[in-house]
Design a protein around this ligand. Sequence first.
Ligand code: P6P
Length: 332
Amino acid sequence: MKRILTLDEFILQRQKDFKHASGELTALLRDIGVATKIINNAINKAGLLNILGAADQSNTSGDDVQKLDIYSNDLLIDCMKSSGQCAGIASEENEGIIPISGVHDVSSKYVMVTDPLDGSSNIDVNVSVGTIFGIYRRLSDVDGPCNVNDFLQKGTELVAAGYVLYGTSTMLVFTTGNGVNGFTLDPSIGEFCLSHPNIRIPQTGNFYSVNQGYYLKFPTGVRRFLSHCFEEKRTLRYIGSMVADVHRTLFKGGIFTYPYTSDKPGGKLRLLYECNPMSFIVEQAGGVAIDCHGNRIMEQEITELHQKTSIAIGSPDIVEEMNGFIERFKGQ
Ligand code: P6P
């Protein structure tokens, strides 16, 4: 019988492949695995533990914060302290960075960016939500506290990125720059097990994923592309959780896009802890990720933690097709 490979075993086996072969990154990824297993447990019981619902506050981006957002954020921060490999966190739920003081006299080499519970507007109605994370090597002196410049790095500087999708099953999908692998949580043993090795996105695809409610506010090129998808009888799928919509795109092909609009000229999704990590994963699987001006997401300069961007991400043929419409109707 083929034995399963757990996340820990996989990471240790592949440690030689990591760009910065070090036990530190291994420990960091394992911390994230622990945190997301606990978050998964809370999400599955949320309705019973009365931790559903709004927390009567909003975050830096103005999103209504749900109780599970706060729970997930606090948990991730606590777990990232355990191995001492994380010098700090930038989170959607916190205005500034969260420095983590060294533990066990370890000098932490990395910092983490995260959306601890993406898609939170779906939490109360039992629709899939997710955790997004990215890992950077810090730029500041490893013997001192991290600073904001450790986080304001382009997506191309990411050493690892991943997401956990809390769906019909709980999946962890991540990359360290050597391809993309998917792990499914086996609740009977409490381990993420390798279920989707070497994920590759289809070159093209029939699904397109966008909030059509903003159609009239999109730039002309985007509207013309969406009309083209309609005329081609492609399938519109929109969950409203970026992790779920990008996960489907990764496996089925097609495109997910959140364009800028006349009332949100900078877009809605956050560059640092949503778009860059998801773009790293999709690019590593053979896909493409641009903003709706045609610029590669991971090349964008980051000047502030909660900076927003438009995004079009998915199969090369479809993203390039959309970019063709954007180019053709630029300025209209
Ligand atoms: P809209 C969830 O709040 C989120 O940040 C992403 O996960 C999702 O793709 C997007 O916002 C949904 O936004 O405007 O369509 O509700």
